[in-house]
Design a protein around this ligand. Structure first.
Ligand code: ATP
Ligand code: FE
Length: 355
């Protein structure tokens, strides 16, 4: 089966072609048009700008994905599209475009939950079998999911406030480092001492999988102000120490809570042996190796997809669509955008008000 995937739920316009069968599929093409520059001046994603950029770029992304794959629409078996959750204007661009293509070609139309796309990526990249625990850690999300099937997700816990990527971005802003904050903070942390500042590890001793990162950002702000008071500025060596200390705090919380998430998952399904990570923060070398070490120590298989498939992309949507197609889960022209769409309701046409 060969599936065309379309993704436009946030600030990336993406299309991709994936071929194969569940647990054994490969990516034939993966095109992503980012919008970072368009939003840079506003300090965050502006929904109207995002919607317009999606509408402008979506045809190009689809043409690019088909031509990179060397295929015409006549070689495609179905069209999968993100139907939510996300910014409604962006999701609508993708859904309308997919509906148009489906109506024109007669190809089946499949609405996909964006988070399910992320959660199924380890199976696309590494072919791992269900069940597994997935840590989705990005600029907008931070949650542990027990994935027992393509339609079977249990949320084990997550952040109660900011996502870690957001905390990295805010920390970079506080320390006058360029956006996106994650890579800048990681680069500066390399030269720093991660014990120089005693930053909080919120909720660490609580026996659940919930996390909190907003206090960490406030602690960085206070520490920076103290340094400026003492030194009349922010010396670059101390800035590196702050970056390293911040990164270590995030790492410690993620590792400790991953341990709790695996234990909670084991209580529900004792045969669980795999742990996967996805989302932009999974690109962080320090965090990635700490998670890898924790898995090695507990005899758990660690899966970290390549970054191009960890961040928003359409290959994950095509793969989720491929599985849904195999299960006969096809949508009709009533498919619509669902800005809020909890993962425990994976059918896109389900009614309900969302999370
Ligand atoms: P979502 O897709 O969940 O709505 P998003 O679009 O922000 O959110 P991603 O594109 O997956 O998510 O990730 C971007 C985030 O990852 C940013 O906050 C960025 O700072 C962070 N990030 C990227 N690289 C690194 C890194 N090396 N270390 C830490 N964080 C990083
Ligand atoms: Fe995402």
């Amino acid at each position: 089966m060969t599936i065309l995937g379309i993704e436009s739920s946030c600030d990336d316009t993406a299309a991709a072609v994936v071929r194969g069968v569940p647990s054994n599929a490969h990516v034939l093409s993966n095109v992503v048009f980012g919008q970072t520059d368009a939003h840079a001046a506003f300090g965050g994603v502006v929904p109207e700008i995002a919607a317009r950029a999606h509408a402008e770029k979506i045809d190009l992304a689809i043409e690019g994905a088909l031509s990179q794959a060397g295929l015409g629409l006549d070689k495609i078996d179905a069209i999968a599209v993100t139907a939510g959750p996300g910014l409604v204007g962006g999701v609508l661009s993708g859904v309308m475009c997919a509906k148009g293509l489906s109506a024109a070609t007669g190809l089946p139309l499949i609405g996909v939950n964006h988070l399910a796309g992320h959660a199924l990526t380890p199976q696309l990249t590494d072919g791992i079998a269900f069940p597994y625990v997935m840590l989705l850690v990005s600029g907008g999300h931070c949650q542990f999911l027990l994935v027992q099937g393509h339609d079977d997700y249990t949320r084990l816990g997550g952040t109660i406030d900011d996502a870690p990527g957001e905390a990295f971005d805010k920390t970079a802003r506080i320390l006058a480092l360029p956006q996106p904050g994650g890579p800048s903070v990681e680069r500066h942390a390399k030269a720093g001492n991660d014990r120089a500042f005693a930053l909080p590890r919120p909720l660490l001793n609580r026996d659940d999988c919930n996390m909190s990162f907003s206090g960490l950002k406030t602690a960085i702000l206070r520490a920076r102000d103290d340094v400026i008071d003492q030194h009349g500025g922010l010396p670059s060596s101390i800035r590196s120490d702050l970056c390293a200390s911040f990164q270590a705090a995030v790492r410690d919380v993620l590792v400790a809570k991953s341990r709790k998430a695996m234990a909670a998952a084991r209580a529900l399904t004792p045969e669980i042996r795999s742990f996967a990570v996805a989302g932009g923060v999974a690109a962080n070398g320090t965090i990635r190796s700490a998670l890898e070490a924790f898995c090695a120590e507990t005899d758990t298989t660690f899966v970290a997809p390549p970054l191009s498939l960890c961040t928003d992309n359409a290959a994950m949507i095509a793969y989720a669509g491929l599985i849904r197609l195999q299960h006969g889960q096809i949508d009709d022209m009533s498919l619509t955008a669902r800005p809020r769409w909890p993962l425990d309701q994976t059918s896109p046409t389900l009614s309900g008000s969302g999370k």
